[in-house]
Design a protein around this ligand. Structure first.
Ligand SMILES: *Cc1c(COP(=O)(O)O)cnc(C)c1O
Length: 390
């Protein structure tokens, strides 16, 4: 079949200002970044703690490469489990105060591994309407029936749980920190409802890992729900500055996932340098919570400054700060103007967010200095005025 139709599809995206312009980064990822030969303030990476270019982690990765090589060249269940994988999983379990942890190649893999391993045809999933795409895909793969509940609304969740057949197996799934709005699931309330109706509870803490809780131990630690949430999904691709996913929970859960989590069985293991760098990241966080504190201080400073300028930062209470603009063309223009002024923050448009909810998403980092933040506020003010947003 001819693929000419794809040309039209792509042109349609461009015409609707929904085309993702993929930029190429020419430097290490830090508070500043080089793109197209231009040095920019970086407010776009999920580099919450500034660890993406951390010297200790780089040293650990290089040392591990020297000793163990690069890739394990096998899936975990065949020949892909090295001592480093075991060391990382033990370190993560201890850090997160969980019985056990299993790692995956990414957070996306973790979700597509865990959900179909827990529920299947005839079972029910209750999913927050703004859950991440990888949760949506994990749900689809499971073939369980999906009931969407109103965003971060335990009352609506309870109504839907109450209406369901008592005997059916149920799984409630929520993001921890929502990646596009920067609001946080009320996990304590969701846990209360979930346990009342005998449902399993899974939280995807991708944006809370290294961000929420003591020293970045995550959302379960933040709400002091250790041992109560059945599955805590995390990622090492964001605050940890590397790449990789994980699930934390009871021993029997982790053992089951090692037998039936399909990306664990059918996709090769995390590479040696990634694993070694992640081990170093856990050590770093265990030693000190100072980066996490700096991250929150920076985020509060920037959010307060943006609000004072008259920007709508939506429901953000975390280091993710959206500038709500609505129109996708305006959001794309806003991002371009920021770029011209020396600041990198991308427009987020449909289908990542709903139609009419386009925005600039600002990602904070402990790596930003106060000068970086002040300079950023000046640029946001200038562009905001130029485009009649403030
Ligand atoms: C980013 C993200 C993921 C994917 O994590 P990766 O490690 O990048 O694959 C999964 N869930 C949520 C909520 C995320 O924000």
């Amino acid at each position: 079949m001819s693929l000419i139709w794809l040309k039209k599809q792509v042109q349609d995206l461009k015409d609707q200002h929904l085309y993702n312009n993929i930029l190429t980064i020419e430097s290490a990822v830090g508070p500043e970044i080089k793109i197209g030969g231009k040095k920019l303030l970086n407010f776009c990476s999920n580099n919450y703690l500034g660890l993406a270019n951390n010297p200790e982690m780089k040293k650990a990765a290089i040392a591990a490469i020297k000793k163990y090589g690069i890739g394990p060249t096998a899936v975990r269940t065949i020949a892909g489990t090295t001592v480093l994988h075991k060391e990382l999983e033990a370190a993560l379990a201890k850090f997160k105060k969980a019985e056990a942890v299993i790692t995956f190649q990414s957070g996306f893999s973790a979700n597509t591994a865990v959900i179909p391993a827990l529920v299947g045809e005839g079972d029910l999933i209750f999913s927050d309407e703004l859950n991440h795409a990888s949760i949506i895909d994990g749900c689809r793969l499971s073939k369980a029936e999906v009931i969407r509940y109103v965003h971060i609304n335990p009352v609506d969740l309870e109504e839907k749980l109450k209406a369901a057949d008592k005997k059916t197996k149920k799984l409630v799934i929520t993001d921890g920190v929502f990646s596009m709005d920067g609001d946080i699931a009320p996990l304590d309330k969701i846990y209360a409802v979930t346990s009342k109706y005998g449902a399993m509870l899974m939280v995807d803490d991708a944006h809370g890992e290294g961000v929420l809780g003591t020293s970045g131990r995550g959302i379960v630690d933040h709400f002091k729900l250790h041992g109560k949430v059945d599955v805590e999904i995390g990622t090492m691709s964001k605050a940890f500055g590397v790449v990789g996913g994980m699930a934390a929970g009871k021993k029997e859960l982790i053992e089951w996932l090692s037998q039936r989590g399909r990306p664990f069985l059918f996709s090769s293991a995390m590479t040696i340098p990634d694993v070694a760098a992640c081990i170093a990241a856990v050590k770093l966080l265990t030693k000190s919570g100072s980066l996490v504190k700096k991250l929150w201080k920076n985020a509060d400073y920037l959010r307060t400054g943006l609000k004072k300028l008259g920007f709508d930062t939506g429901s953000s209470i975390s280091p993710i700060i959206p500038l709500m603009l609505g129109d996708s063309k305006l959001a794309q223009n806003f991002s371009k103007e920021l770029f011209n002024e020396g600041l990198f923050a991308k427009a987020i448009v449909y289908p990542t967010v709903a139609q009419g909810k386009a925005r600039i998403r600002i990602m904070n980092s402990a790596g930003h200095s106060e000068q970086h933040l002040d300079k950023a506020l000046k640029i946001f003010a200038k562009v905001g005025r130029k485009l009649n947003v403030i």
